[in-house]
Structure formats: C-alpha cells, structure tokens
Ligand binder design. Structure first.
Ligand SMILES: C[S@@+](CC[C@H](N)C(=O)[O-])C[C@H]1O[C@@H](n2cnc3c(N)ncnc32)[C@H](O)[C@@H]1O
Length: 284
C-alpha cells in the first residue's frame, strides 16, 4: 500500500474546477498576458529592481532579472530550506523552478486558478516535471479553497497574484490550514494605501486593470488583519514600492508614452494611492 502524501487532500472522485472571475479568465486565458511584449519571458510581475542600474537603457534581461529578484526577495523571507513549499498563483511556474534551483526545497507545488496557465506551466517546466523522484507538481486550485491537505507544507508564498484574490480572509484561513505549525508565509503584491478614501474609484480612474475589476483595491492592512485573524504570528507588511515602481516605469517607458494608462502605476504610487508590499507571517 502506498502511504498517503500529507500534502494531498483526500479527494472526491472528481474535484470541481474552481470558479474563475471573467476578467481573470480572459487575461490569463485567451489574452495570455505572458505573451504581451512587456512581459515576454514567462514571468508576469513588475520586478524588484534594486540590483538593476536604472541609469542606462534597460534590456529584456534586466527585466527578467528584476522578476527573478522579486521571487528571491519573497523566497528569502520564507527560507524553504529542505522543506515542502507551495506557491499560490504560480502562473507559468518559473518561480517554482527558481525556488527548486536556488533554495533547495524537497518539493514545490505550484497552484493556479487558471487551467491555461497550468498548461503553459507544464510545457515550460517539462524536464523538471519528468525528473525522478518528482520535486515539482502543478495543481489547479483557488487561493481561497486550496485542494491540499492540512499541515502538509513548511512554507507558502505568492508573487503578484494577491491583487486578484476576491476573499483575503479565506486565503489566510487556507494558508494557515495547509501550513504545519512553525510554517512561514510570504506574499508580495500591490495594495491601496491605508487611509486613502475611495481607493477603488481612484485607481479605476487611473488604471484599466482596476476599472475592469481584474485588480481589486484593498489596503495591505486587510491582508495583515486576515493573517492575524487566521491565527498567524509575527505578521508584518514592508513597503517595497521604491524597489518596484521606478524600475517598472523605466521599463514601461520603452514602449508606453507618458500619460498612457500603464504609466499610471507610477503615478498612483507617487500620489500615495497605491504601494507594493511584502507581507510575512508565521504559523504558531
Ligand atoms: C500576475 S500573474 C503572476 C504569476 C507569477 N506569480 C509570476 O510572478 O510570474 C497572477 C496569477 O494568479 C493567478 N490567479 C488569479 N486569481 C487566483 C486565485 N484566486 N487563486 C489562485 N490563482 C489565481 C492567475 O491565473 C495568474 O496566473
């Protein structure tokens, strides 16, 4: 008899597919954001540009380096060591591969709500998936209802997906459930600035992704309170906006003129409506 993997939830015969909001379905399905030139290369995040010289013309390698560095910033915070890691909103799974390559976890499970993204992730990581013993797998699931067993992971991380999660409390509860005692969580993403009145309306006026409902405006305190409410300790939120927005805007300036909506991410940060945070916590 094969022992049950504690990271696997004992599953009913057929797991229902998670409901995907229409804006998320379109962006990461038919529209395939990873194929848009500003994101070419497979990562879909705004990057952490601290190690990139912004004074010289930027290259695609610079941008990919910044996107990898955002993962490194997050993975440094959870220190996967030899443990089991799970990434929520893994996209094309390049961050899972980076974690395996550079941080030495026993395994990485990439979870994403979109079946098209997981199809791309499996294609992009075919050699790693074929390795024996297997250390990487991809699972279809929603942050708010993870198809994973209790206490099966040593760390959980997420990079630039949280702005799409409709229910932060459910996400925090699920993170607490799937982590073992002592497990760590790290989430990087953008949030409205605490205390800003009507952030959804103001951000929708600047940015198409908020106007369409793809991105949801919430202050970072909503996530820290959700983690605290789910029983996490040592909950903290650090602004990493200075390492994200100026570099991302320099990158966008190659293809987008001032005043076009993608450049308004920088405007929203300068106007103190939006910021980028790394949120960390530990399960007691
Ligand atoms: C901006 S991409 C980031 C992908 C990857 N983390 C990266 O940095 O390249 C956001 C990802 O989150 C996924 N996603 C959106 N809502 C989700 C949810 N509720 N649960 C799990 N994944 C979700 C999307 O399908 C998409 O692949």
């Amino acid at each position: 008899m094969v022992a049950q993997d504690p990271a696997e939830r004992p599953a009913p015969a057929v797991l229902p597919a998670p409901a995907v909001r229409p804006e998320v379905w379109e962006t990461y399905g038919p529209a395939d954001l990873s194929a848009v030139p500003v994101f070419a290369g497979g990562f879909i995040n705004f990057g952490y540009w601290a190690c990139v010289d912004l004074e010289r013309p930027l290259t695609q390698d610079d941008r990919i380096r910044s996107e990898q560095d955002l993962y490194r910033r997050v993975l440094d915070a959870v220190a996967p060591g030899g443990g089991r890691a799970v990434e929520i909103g893994c996209g094309l799974g390049l961050g899972c591969a980076l974690a395996l390559d550079e941080y030495g976890p026993a395994s990485v499970t990439g979870v994403d709500i979109h079946p098209h993204q997981l199809r791309r992730a499996r294609a992009a990581n075919a050699p790693l998936l074929a390795a024996r013993p297997p250390r990487l797998r991809f699972v279809l699931g929603a942050a708010e209802d993870l198809p994973l067993g209790d206490a099966g992971f040593d760390c959980l991380y997420s990079v630039e997906a949280v702005q799409h999660f409709p229910d932060l409390q459910a996400f925090a509860r699920e993170a607490a459930r799937v982590l073992r005692p002592g497990g760590r969580v790290a989430v990087a993403g953008f949030f409205s600035v605490d205390g800003v009145p009507a952030p959804q309306e103001r951000l929708a006026g600047l940015l198409e992704t908020f106007a369409s409902g793809l991105d949801i405006a919430r202050p970072v305190s909503r996530l820290t309170q959700a983690f605290a409410g789910a029983g996490f300790d040592d909950v903290r939120a650090d602004s990493i906006g200075p390492q994200v927005w100026p570099g991302w805007d320099r990158w966008l300036a190659r293809q987008w003129a001032p005043g076009t909506w993608p450049r308004n991410f920088m405007t929203a940060w300068e106007q103190r409506i939006l910021d980028y945070h790394l949120v960390t916590a530990a399960r007691p």
